[in-house]
Design a protein around this ligand. Structure first.
Ligand code: C2E
Ligand code: MG
Ligand code: MG
Ligand code: MG
Length: 275
């Protein structure tokens, strides 16, 4: 009898797995269609300088405007895009769109220092990655110093030598580099020592329970001190309250990003907010 139950459970389990695999396949093909049929949007979230007390830049974040299901968050489709390989097409499209938008804003006289674009590990590991960056800059005519590329710890841990030479090449081109979600990955301080990046982004998981959580407060202060002594810019993510913003200001964090300063929004809205 146990065997029968076991088999039944197993059968149920596999059919559920198949369902899931089928779902992902369906979403992947819908996503491919979405990319080719103008259903993706780039939203921009303000980055605020706590010392200058104004917006100095923004992060480009992709959205899927699904005709039936409405706005879909990247958290729900990026993993599928990564598995299917479609992520590199999406990232390239976001990169091109963001460079063009930034160029238009600068031409219109907006005082912005950077637009940050997320780079998936998949794109980072591609042999033609720098070419895609060069292309996006050439096509948009954007000065490279206004482009910031956000990479993750996992992307730079795989093949250390390759990663460093790639990042050095981008540095030489005057592109800015940021390490996203800092503190959540597997990179070590030893790795950070030799890593050619300009900025560390403190992950929102360390910010969420500020200022009351003593451990988080200690970690955030330590990252800020580390950034100061290594001459790296520090940007905190996920600030939702005045108390969090005050804590960060008092801890000498310069850059801040979060719903408290503004949610990710369409380009036209971001433009209104700035001017
Ligand atoms: P991320 O790069 O760490 O981006 C920050 C995420 O935190 C964004 O979520 C943003 O909307 C959210 N966020 C900002 N402020 C707050 C806040 O105060 N509270 C809370 N709870 N959340 C806040 P989003 O847009 O859903 O993106 C999620 C992740 O998806 C991003 O995390 C990034 O890893 C990925 N992603 C987004 N766009 C792209 C893209 O174009 N390419 C790639 N490869 N990944 C992307
Ligand atoms: Mg990011
Ligand atoms: Mg992040
Ligand atoms: Mg994240």
């Amino acid at each position: 009898k146990a065997k029968a139950i076991g088999r039944a459970t197993f059968a149920f389990y596999t059919s559920e797995l198949t369902d899931q695999a089928y779902q992902r396949l369906r979403i992947a093909s819908e996503l491919r269609y979405a990319l080719e049929n103008n259903q993706l949007r780039v939203f921009f979230q303000p980055v605020y300088s706590l010392t200058k007390e104004r917006i100095v830049g923004c992060e480009a974040l992709v959205r899927w405007l699904h005709p039936e299901r409405g706005m879909i968050s990247p958290a729900d489709f990026i993993p599928i895009a990564e598995d299917s390989g479609l992520i590199t097409n999406i990232d390239s499209w976001v990169l091109n769109t963001s460079c063009q938008q930034m160029k238009a804003w600068l031409d219109a006289g907006l005082d912005l220092k950077f637009v940050a674009v997320n780079v998936s590990s998949r794109l980072f590991s591609r042999i033609d990655f720098t070419e895609k960056v060069v292309e996006a800059l050439a096509e948009s005519q954007l000065d490279p110093s206004y482009l910031e590329l956000e990479i993750t710890e996992s992307a730079v841990m795989d093949d250390v030598e390759r990663a460093d030479s790639l990042l050095n090449k981008l540095c030489d081109m005057n592109v800015r580099l940021a390490l996203d979600d800092f503190g959540t990955g597997y990179s070590s301080l030893n790795r950070l020592k030799s890593l050619p990046v300009h900025k560390l982004k403190i992950d929102q998981s360390f910010v969420r329970n500020l200022p009351s959580d003593g451990s988080d407060a200690a970690i955030v202060r330590a990252i800020i001190a580390l950034g100061f002594s290594m001459q790296l810019e520090i940007q905190a993510e996920g600030i939702e309250t005045l108390e969090q913003a005050e804590f960060l200001r008092q801890s000498n964090c310069i850059l801040a990003q979060g719903y408290f300063f503004g949610r990710p929004m369409p380009a036209a809205e971001f433009e209104q907010l700035i001017s």
